[in-house]
Every structure is written in structure tokens, then in C-alpha cells.
Design a protein around this ligand. Structure first.
Ligand code: ADP
Ligand code: MG
Length: 236
């Protein structure tokens, strides 16, 4: 199977309703590229968690997602897999610029997401960087202009949007807001709104949160388009 044939096949299968997907348990049953499946396997990700089973069929089909599930339920792969696949199916490459942004409340969480991305994305050829401050500003400013995927903390990202000429988000395809409740608890509401204003309106947005507060819903209303709501609640 050539890459073009694979992408044609994935595009055919990434349509809703994805018949049968309710009963799928393994990542490889989903319409996901060989490269991502292989990265998942090497990291020992074989069976999906509940939030992944619910979110992935929708995310792979390009839908906006408002996802809620407690800490530790596997939300990271719920957005990283659709993000990688979205760019792969568009044959995103070095000349295409920034394709995806992941925003995380803290440096520590951003580093964790980046590590998972490196593992499952290892066979893809996307460039990816961390933008979390604490590094040399000039070097960071230079590097981010060459990245396809950035994992960022809100303050540092907005600083680059405001001050780094040549940092261009005009082609962005995917925006992820992870741990949205914590982002808001930490007082980043205005920062996020300013970031979102700098992004193209036509994009896929996935917002994940451990809790669904009113302020998370307000943020969702501002940043998502006809979102699918996916939640996993603990059994009583
Ligand atoms: P959350 O963001 O919901 O708090 P994470 O995405 O950080 O959860 O995942 C929590 C833990 O579960 C991590 O150690 C991760 O490696 C593991 N994990 C996630 N998805 C799977 C899976 N499908 N199979 C096995 N382990 C998984
Ligand atoms: Mg998480």
C-alpha cells in the first residue's frame, strides 16, 4: 500500500457514523495510519481507555471535541492521535509551517505531553517543539518558525505571538486546550482568548478537562464549533 493509497483509504473510513466503532477495543481497529499504530505499539498502547474509545472516532473525523474525564483516564492520546492523523492525511510537511498547537497549563504537563508525542509520533516526519519559557528567547524564537507542532504554556505562546515577527499561525489546522479547567484556575482566561483570536477560524479544536465547570463551558463556547461532548464518569 503506497502512502497515497493509505491516505485515500483513511479518508474514506474517517466518516461519521463510524459503523461498529462502539465495540472496538484496540487502537488498530480505528482508521489510523500505520505510522501512528506502530508508534502506539512501541509505547505499549494497545487497548483504548474509555475516553479514548469515545473521543477517537469523532476526533479522527475532524469534529471539535469537548472532553471530560478524570485525571489518569488517558486524555492525552485522545487528542494527540487525531492531531497527528489530521496532519498526516493532509500530507503536512516542512514547507507547510505550524499545523498544530497544544496548550497546557504548566511546564511539567507540557513536557509530559511532548514526551508522549515523541513516542507515538516517532515514525512521522513532523517537526515538534516545546514552548514553555526558561530557554533562550532568541533561540526559541528562531526554532518555533520551523515547527509543525508546538506544545506550549499559554503565557509564553502569547508572548511569541506578540513579539516574534515571523511566527505565523495562519495555516493552523488543529488546536488543543488540555486541562482547560486548570488553565482557567490559573488565571489564563484572557491569555487564551487573545491566543484564539490570533488563530484561523477554520480549524479543528479539542478541549479536554478533568471537570466541567461553568467557566470551561464558557471557554468552549468561544473556541469550539458544534462540539461533540464526550464524558466518562465514574460509576457510582
Ligand atoms: P489524563 O490526561 O486523563 O490525566 P494521561 O493521558 O496522562 O491521562 O494518561 C494517564 C496514564 O495512563 C499514563 O501513564 C498513560 O501512559 C496511561 N495510558 C493512557 N492511555 C493508555 C492506553 N490506551 N493503554 C495503556 N496505558 C494508557
Ligand atoms: Mg492530561
Amino acid at each position: 500500500l503506497t502512502e497515497k493509497q493509505e491516505i485515500d483509504d483513511l479518508e474514506k473510513r474517517c466518516k461519521l457514523p463510524m459503523v461498529g466503532s462502539d465495540s472496538w477495543e484496540r487502537f488498530e481497529e480505528l482508521p489510523i495510519s500505520r505510522k501512528t499504530i506502530s508508534g502506539l505499539k512501541r509505547a505499549n498502547f494497545i487497548k483504548m481507555t474509555d475516553i479514548q474509545r469515545k473521543a477517537l472516532p469523532l476526533g479522527l473525523c475532524g469534529r471539535d471535541i469537548l472532553g471530560a474525564a478524570k485525571t489518569g483516564s488517558g486524555k492525552t492520546l485522545g487528542f494527540l492521535v487525531p492531531m497527528l492523523e489530521n496532519l498526516y492525511r493532509k500530507k503536512w510537511g516542512p514547507q507547510d509551517g505550524l499545523g498544530a498547537l497544544v496548550i497546557s497549563p504548566t511546564r511539567e504537563l507540557a513536557v509530559q505531553i511532548f514526551e508522549v508525542l515523541r513516542k507515538i509520533g516517532r515514525e512521522h516526519s513532523f517537526s515538534a517543539g516545546l514552548v514553555i519559557g526558561g530557554k533562550d528567547w532568541k533561540i526559541e524564537r528562531e526554532l518555533i518558525t520551523r515547527m509543525n507542532i508546538l506544545v506550549c504554556t499559554p503565557g509564553r505562546l502569547l508572548q511569541h505571538m506578540d513579539q516574534s515577527a515571523g511566527f505565523d499561525c495562519d495555516q493552523l489546522q488543529v488546536l488543543v486546550l488540555d486541562e482547560a479547567d486548570r488553565i482557567l484556575d490559573m488565571g489564563f482566561k484572557k491569555t487564551i482568548n487573545a491566543i484564539v483570536e490570533n488563530l484561523p477560524k477554520q480549524r479543528q479544536t479539542m478541549l479536554f478537562s478533568a471537570t466541567q465547570t461553568k467557566s470551561v463551558k464558557d471557554l468552549a463556547r468561544l473556541s469550539l464549533k458544534e462540539p461533540e461532548y464526550v464524558a466518562v464518569h465514574e460509576k457510582a
